[in-house]
Design a protein around this ligand. Structure first.
Ligand SMILES: [Zn+2]
Length: 86
């Protein structure tokens, strides 16, 4: 059986998995194409995760910009907890 990697063949992941992967991805911990593909596929089809990913990306960029100053890890954690409650 031949399986071509069309988007139709990508199994969807659930929102919890997507958010887990999103965090790992933003931390630079995900670099395999399969995981990133699944994450992107989910974000394309799940509006709530897509919206959250936009917030996360913006936040992540801000935290990186602020990192030269002083960004306690607890702040990052607090922000993430806050986003989780959206
Ligand atoms: Zn979702």
């Amino acid at each position: 059986m031949t399986t071509d990697k069309d988007s139709e063949n990508i199994e969807d992941i659930n929102c919890t998995e997507a958010i887990d992967k999103l965090y790992a991805y933003l931390d630079g911990e995900v670099d395999d194409a399969d995981s990133i593909g699944k994450l992107e596929y989910h974000l394309e089809h799940c509006h709530s995760c897509f919206t959250r990913s936009q917030v996360e990306s913006a936040l992540s960029a801000r935290i990186k910009n602020a990192a030269t100053k002083h960004t306690p890890e607890s702040l990052q954690k607090r922000l993430r907890d806050m986003i989780d409650k959206f």
